[in-house]
Design a protein around this ligand. Structure first.
Ligand code: BG6
Length: 484
């Protein structure tokens, strides 16, 4: 299969940090179809050679095992081209069109890794240049819009130009091996299904914690915040993967239909719930990994009086027969005490205790997303050292470390998703109705914050966020995993 991959935003942060390294991995693994071109698009006046040199330099920032050797880079670089474009100029699209038509590849991918404000312009211009033929697929990076109205506007325009099966809305969390394993765990095994419901599950906690701050994205982030950056998409997609009903088959729409039902079943916000069940925080200065770090408001590109949240913790429920009454907690933030993403499924305690079991431990399944992906089943067992008292139980853990089982060189999220785009597989991409439903659900929170002059609660960098997040979960009689 021949392909042309056009990368709008080809000199942007995402291209350097994620997309080029992912494309190179696919190239190294021999999974990237050999007959292809990767065409970076940007405003700079670069020759192909200069573009390649820039990319090679940035590869030095990638972890050692994933860096190309000189020889590998030379072969990879042969795929790379650069086109200078002003994204508002029709003539520039005509030029791109000529480049593409001269080769007439089987598949043309338009990867739009630009600011979301440019998504509609790019798609409209592509259509005017006749570059929306059926062999074209368009990839849209998140965030897709700033709120429900802007998301809808983008989706409406893009859907006028491309059919839904040509549109690949990326949520890279769906490409993480752990998330695909969650689908495998739930729908490839019958073991957990009878337990996967309100009768047996006490609560579910989704944590996406980062040690990193906003890095060089201060200006973007200050206009975005953690709710839009992480909750509306990544965290809600994880919640869907945990909460959805088994799909009728493994096709994209069967999966997306079930995820959509979860989003539609989320408990609507009331003023009381908005006041009690959503905590927003912002990092103050502190220490992360032993080094002092500055406050969010001191970061480059950030308004020194900014009220943008860098932390969100919230409680919700899925209002259906399977989940009624089970709290789902979501927590995500920057500059926290660790970089750790996991989902904890806490089962109900035994109905009647005949052993002396320590409270609050055991009885849970932890799905680790990062830094390592794997499963941990936490149980209570009879320890070997308690000769005196056979009633004493201790916590034990069954570990399924996927690195140990499958090796550490597995396909990364962007590599997986880019290959899926080239293959036309939509399973791990988000449909427009899912996306809109997720925006509809977060919007009352955005409005509530807008009207609330108190602003976010400050937390010291290197902690687990504002103490109000602990108080919120404690009201239900539970705690976050690190507090157990
Ligand atoms: C991105 C967010 O979507 O996900 C970033 O915009 C965040 O702010 C990143 O850092 C986290 O992704 P990962 O794969 O490193 O957990």
């Amino acid at each position: 299969m021949s392909f042309d991959l056009v990368l709008f935003g080809g000199t942007g942060d995402l291209a350097w940090r994620k997309l080029m390294p992912a494309l190179f991995q696919a190239f190294r693994h021999g999974t990237l179809p050999a007959d292809g071109r990767i065409i970076g698009v940007g405003r700079d006046n670069l020759s192909a050679e200069q573009y390649r040199t820039r990319i090679q330099a940035r590869f030095n920032e990638v972890e050692l095992a994933k860096r190309p050797s000189e020889e590998e880079f030379t072969r990879f670089a042969a795929l790379l081209q650069f086109v200078r474009m002003d994204l508002s100029l029709p003539d520039d699209y005509a030029g791109l069109g000529q480049l593409l038509k001269a080769r007439n590849a089987d598949t043309v991918v338009m990867y739009v890794a630009t600011a979301p404000t440019l998504f509609t312009t790019v798609c409209e211009q592509l259509a005017m240049a006749g570059l929306n033929t059926p062999n074209v697929r368009v990839v849209l990076e998140k965030p897709l819009g700033h709120d429900l109205a802007s998301n809808r506007a983008i989706n409406q325009t893009v859907r006028r130009i491309f059919s839904e099966n040509q549109i690949f809305r990326i949520d890279h969390y769906l490409g993480k091996p752990a998330v695909q394993n969650l689908f495998a765990l739930r729908f490839g095994n019958a073991l957990f299904e009878p337990l996967w419901r309100r009768e047996h599950i006490a609560n579910i906690q989704i944590t996406i914690a980062e040690e990193l701050g906003v890095e060089k994205r201060g200006a973007f982030y200050d206009n975005t915040g953690a709710l839009r950056d992480m909750v509306q998409n990544h965290a809600l997609q994880l919640l869907c993967a945990i909460g959805m009903e088994p799909p009728i088959n493994a096709h994209a729409d069967a999966i997306r239909d079930e995820k959509l039902k979860v989003l539609r079943s989320l408990k609507p916000w009331t003023p009381e719930a908005l006041a009690q069940d959503v905590i927003r925080g912002q990092y103050a200065a502190g220490t992360v990994g032993g080094a002092p770090v500055k406050a969010y408001r001191q970061e480059e590109g950030v308004n020194p009086e900014s009220n943008t949240e860098t932390f969100v913790a919230l409680r919700t429920e899925i209002k259906n027969w399977r989940w009624a009454g089970v709290p789902f907690y979501i927590r995500t933030g920057k500059r926290l005490a660790g970089s750790d993403a996991h989902i904890e499924v806490n089962f109900r305690p035994t109905p009647h205790a005949i052993f002396n079991a320590p409270a609050g431990i055991g009885n849970s399944l932890v799905i680790n997303l990062q830094p390592k992906d794997g499963l941990e089943l936490h149980l209570l067992a009879q320890g070997q050292n308690n000769r005196r008292n056979s009633q004493e139980l201790a916590a034990v853990q069954l570990d399924l470390d996927f690195d140990k089982r499958f090796g550490s060189g597995r396909v990364g999220a962007y590599e997986r998703l880019l290959l899926d785009v080239l293959d036309g597989r939509l399973n791990l991409f988000v449909r427009s109705d899912e996306q809109e439903e997720a925006w509809r659900w977060v919007e009352p929170i955005l409005e509530h914050w807008e009207a609330d002059a108190k602003g976010p609660r400050l937390y010291n960098s290197g902690t687990w966020g504002p103490s109000a997040a602990s108080a919120m979960i404690a009201r239900d009689g539970y705690c976050w995993s690190e507090e157990a």
